[in-house]
Design a protein. Structure first.
Length: 317
């Protein structure tokens, strides 16, 4: 559901001290916007009305937070909730910022110098209407590769959703983009931990009895701990040693191998027919494939896929 235009939103945000007025100009200098720039930076992508951010940020003044959403008409509600939360806690909002940004273009706004230790993705748009729109998911590999450029090893992504298809697909997306999923659940509220901070959507879906998927535990040097620190979501740790082969990635690799092996066989047969004027089967073991083509193209796809940049053909709200 689209929200109505709020003519007062932009002027009120421009008068707010913790609103980043010109976010496109701070690449490489995001840490310097905070009163304590040496503190770790955590992002909430798609902060919406600010229900999660306004609970989390006042609890951890030793961490800097940035809430991002694409439209002022939503961000103005987050601004008011954050103000109210800090006023209730009798704290200055000096460890929190909010900004209007298109998350699909995050790589143009941040640089590797803007290191991020944790990212929260709570109940994002599932983009489930058709397969072609899946690339706009915030957990799609092309998005995750953007995040990884900002995240040193050991950084985390917390992810929660009520959309079963998005959650199951994301279990493949994370390893395919080089993240290690260290814990997951398909029903967060069945035995809800006391440290869970509910978002607006989460409370609504819980009342309706809709299960929500999440993951939140990691191996710390071989030792498991009973639960994550305050703040919730799916947590995935960048795995710098490799991409992690999943069923999702394996099936695509096999598919590409046979497609290009068959196309290579077609090229070889056509070339032989032209040069020798005879129909010669150039396939492997008399089959209609040439493995060298399949191997070559799958290796190229795997290598070049790491450098794929997200397209800028659609913004979402």
């Amino acid at each position: 559901m689209r929200m109505r235009f709020k003519p007062y939103a932009r002027p009120e945000l421009l008068a707010c001290d913790f609103h980043v007025h010109e976010p496109l100009t701070h690449a490489g200098h995001w840490h310097g916007l905070y009163a304590r720039p040496e503190q770790p930076l955590h992002l909430e992508l798609g902060c919406g009305k600010g229900g999660f951010l306004s609970q989390l940020a006042p609890l951890h003044p030793d961490i800097n937070y940035l809430g991002i959403d694409i439209t002022d008409k939503v961000l103005i509600l987050a601004k008011r909730k954050v103000e109210a939360a800090y006023a209730a806690a009798q704290l200055p909002p000096d460890n929190v910022k909010i900004a209007s940004l298109d998350i699909e273009r995050l790589s143009g706004v941040f640089s590797p110098a803007d290191t991020v230790q944790r990212i929260y993705i709570n109940f994002c748009n599932p983009w489930s209407k058709n397969a072609g729109s899946n690339k706009h998911r915030l957990t799609h590999p092309r998005q995750l590769l953007q995040y990884r450029a900002l995240m040193p090893e050991g950084s985390e992504i917390y992810f929660k959703t009520d959309d079963d298809d998005l959650f199951r697909d994301s279990l493949g997306y994370f390893p395919a983009a080089g993240f290690e999923i260290t814990w997951q659940t398909f029903d967060l509220h069945k035995n809800e931990p006391d440290w869970n901070l509910r978002t607006e959507h989460e409370g609504m879906f819980s009342e309706q009895g809709i299960p929500q998927g999440a993951g939140f535990q990691r191996d710390l040097g071989g030792a498991q701990r009973a639960g994550p620190p305050p703040g919730t979501g799916g947590r995935s740790r960048p795995c710098r040693g490799g991409t992690g082969m999943t069923t999702y990635a394996l099936l695509h690799t096999i598919f590409f191998f046979f497609v290009y092996a068959f196309l290579g066989w077609c090229v070889e047969v056509a070339y032989a027919a032209i040069t020798t004027r005879e129909l010669v089967n150039r396939g492997f073991l008399n089959g209609p494939i040439c493995p060298i083509y399949g191997c070559g193209m799958t290796v190229m796809i795997a290598v070049l896929g790491r450098f794929t940049m997200p397209s800028s053909d659609m913004a979402w709200d």
